[in-house]
Design a protein around this ligand. Structure first.
Ligand code: ADP
Ligand code: MG
Length: 369
């Protein structure tokens, strides 16, 4: 539906060059909810603005519905209003002097050929109903809550039935409770209407819960792309493991093996683990073991000896009560390990615990250093 090929964009600011987007290629299937996820400054907004036609790329191709809207090779650059897209920004950008109805009707009043009053009325009311704002159509926008203003922006983006809905961090200005509500609401709406959405966020929870597919970005590039489950459980880099899911990254070395099946023993600062290695990782290599909270079990009872594989005896030096769990932090040299303990664990650091590492849920990555 949306295809981006080799998109690059460098800003020229104060005689310095800022490479914002660097050779990005993406495919967004029709009807899918696609998310650009990454830290602030990684180029997400720039990509969205290039899709919308609000920024001009340096080179690359952007195709919507099989037709180029931008192409550096064919010298095509369609103006934003011809691209038929809907856009929602982080700042709601609703007009304060207009009623809710007028805000949403605005794009229809601008459209050429002109639409009849009746047509505008019908379509505006339908858009308001879809975001559950039909009760406040006559209110002036500033009298609405933040969540309602966000819905106005959403209805306005949807009213002219865009080919593609672009959402740039639309939930960042809402408080936690409302953010969760709007997350569900936007997800529902996009699926009900069957529209294709490109969503931008730096929030891993938003990305994981809302998306069919995620492109994880770092420094202007897409570093990994896949379904939320893949991105979470199969990080391809330490960056991905750290950015999504708070993975522990434990440095280690392949001390025994790998055997014909790829099984090996790894020495880490916390203890030894038996793990399957990815192909190409040889005996003696330095690697990182990614251990997420759900790949560990804190054990009671008999402490295993130091040679027992997959059991770490750790000393927790710091503990934080999070609500439904306690997060304990243990150090071994420069390496740290975060573990989750039951919320009622009586823990007084320094506290010695034994954790079992569930190695089939761990990921081993070759270390690049
Ligand atoms: N108009 C601009 N002029 C100069 N630099 C910009 C401009 N817009 C963005 N940048 C820079 O480009 C990079 C990518 O920005 P942006 O696409 O906004 O990232 P994100 O949305 O992921 O936070 C950043 O380094 C940012 O400072
Ligand atoms: Mg941005």
């Amino acid at each position: 539906m949306l295809a981006i090929r080799h998109l690059s964009k460098t800003y020229h600011a104060d005689r310095s060059l800022v490479p914002a987007v660097n050779d990005v290629s993406l495919d967004v299937p029709r009807g899918s909810f696609f998310t650009l996820l990454g830290p602030s400054g990684c180029g997400k907004t720039t990509i969205l603005q290039c899709i919308a036609g609000l920024e001009t790329p340096d080179r690359g191709e952007i195709e919507i519905d099989g037709a180029p809207v931008y192409s550096s090779t064919l010298n095509i650059n369609e103006p934003p209003n011809r691209r038929r897209l809907g856009m929602v920004f982080q700042s709601y950008a609703v007009w304060p002097h207009m009623t809710v109805f007028e805000n949403v009707a605005f794009p229809l009043r601008q459209s050429r050929p002109r639409l009849s009053r009746q047509e505008i009325g019908t379509r505006t009311k339908a858009a308001l109903a879809s975001v559950r704002l039909d009760g406040v159509a006559d209110k002036l926008a500033p009298f609405l809550s933040g969540g309602q203003q966000q819905r106005v922006a959403l209805a306005r983006a949807l009213v002219h039935e865009p080919r593609l809905l672009l959402l740039d961090e639309p939930l960042s200005n809402l408080d936690a409770k409302l953010r969760e509500e709007m997350r569900t609401e936007i997800g529902r709406l996009v699926r009900e209407l069957g529209i294709t959405a490109v969503f931008v966020t730096h929030d891993q929870i938003e990305a994981l819960t809302m998306s069919d597919s995620i492109a994880l970005m770092d420094g202007g590039r897409v570093v990994q792309q896949g379904a939320p489950h893949d991105i979470y459980y199969r990080p391809q880099s330490a960056f991905a493991a750290r950015f999504v899911g708070n993975g522990n990254i434990i440095p280690g070395r392949v001390a025994l093996g790998p055997d014909a099946e790829g099984n090996a023993e790894i020495v880490t600062p916390f203890g030894r683990v038996g793990c399957r290695l990815p192909t190409g990782v040889a005996h003696g290599s330095n690697i990182d073991v990614i251990v997420r909270p759900d790949a560990m079990r804190v054990c009671n009872g008999e402490a295993p000896t130091e040679e027992t594989l997959n059991f770490f005896r750790i000393q927790i030096s710091q503990a934080s009560f999070i609500g439904d769990f306690i997060e304990g932090i243990a150090h071994a040299g420069p390496a740290t390990l975060r573990v989750r303990l039951g919320p009622h664990t009586a823990i007084q650091p320094p506290y010695v615990a034994v954790v079992e590492v569930l190695t089939d849920r761990c990921v081993v990555l070759p270390r690049r250093d």
